[in-house]
Design a protein around this ligand. Structure first.
Ligand code: DGL
Length: 264
């Protein structure tokens, strides 16, 4: 089926998932929506997050997408069930794939999830992981400084990044964990620095790869795969002009991207 896959995030974070979908499923077209105007979502209430996510999902559905990926852990935690009930097309989030990756990765059954305030407070990873493997101990740590830093800093300064990691991740390496889950899709943009912070004995994982695999499974099951390379151009929409979005998108996806500003 020649329709695009809708990928949504509050900002640039979902590009880390979009890139993985593009890599694993090169026949597919992506329509991406970044709600930069309302970013960050992590400090908002459940009702607000549902309202903003629903608006963006409706926009993508009106563009004719065949499925939606909530490439945002916060939106997944707050709005996935609501949206799955509301709309007929397949909608998946990133928490379940992230939880599965964590279960595969940990050897000592101690996992730390880094996320936004909303994601950490929701304990959504604890619930997903416990549903599959109740022997795993999950710690949650909110890092509210990360998303505004990534969204506002085109060229993430090495020293500034180091300082922000030191302040935010204080006291987390002594928890006895062997795996850190990047439970916010923005964080893979800092993955190398986070890996450096924790050192080689702790694995740092993200949900992008597993989420892309789930997209493929859902498309296969619903017979919605795009079979031939006759796809359309990927499209990028943002809710407010943002040079930073274009810069990060171009860098992350390795081609010049100018997102279209839309009012929704
Ligand atoms: N990328 C979003 C996530 O995965 C960031 C949330 C935010 O806007 O605070 O949670």
């Amino acid at each position: 089926m020649n329709n695009a896959i809708g990928v949504f995030d509050s900002g640039v974070g979902g590009l880390t998932v979009a890139r993985e979908i593009m890599r694993q499923l090169p026949n597919e077209t992506i329509y991406y929506f970044g709600d930069v105007k309302n970013c960050p979502y992590g400090d908002k209430t459940k009702e607000e997050i549902i309202k903003y996510t629903d608006r963006a999902v409706k926009f993508l559905i009106d563009k004719g997408v065949k499925m939606i990926v909530l490439a945002c852990n916060t939106a997944t935690a707050a709005a996935l069930d609501y949206l799955q009930d509301k709309y007929d097309i397949p909608i998946i989030g990133v928490v379940q794939p992230g939880a599965r990756r964590a279960i595969q990765a940990t050897e000592n059954n101690k996992v730390l999830v880094l996320g936004t305030k909303f994601t950490a407070n929701s304990k959504v990873y604890d619930i997903e992981i416990e549903n599959i493997n109740s022997e795993i101990l999950v710690f949650d740590k909110a890092c509210p400084a990360f998303v505004p830093f990534i969204e506002s800093e085109g060229n993430l300064d090495k020293e500034a990044t180091k300082n922000i990691l030191k302040e935010s991740l204080n006291n987390t390496s002594n928890l006895g964990i062997d795996t850190v889950v990047l439970g916010c899709t923005h964080y893979p943009i800092l993955k190398k620095d986070i890996e450096e912070y924790y050192g080689s004995s702790i694995k740092v994982i993200s949900s992008g790869r597993e989420a892309a695999r789930e997209v493929s499974t859902v498309l296969g099951y619903a017979k919605l795969h795009q079979k031939k390379l006759n796809k359309k151009e990927h499209k990028f929409y943002i809710s407010e002009a943002s040079e930073n979005f274009n810069n990060i998108a171009s860098k992350w996806l390795n081609k010049e991207i100018t997102a279209e500003v839309v009012e929704i």
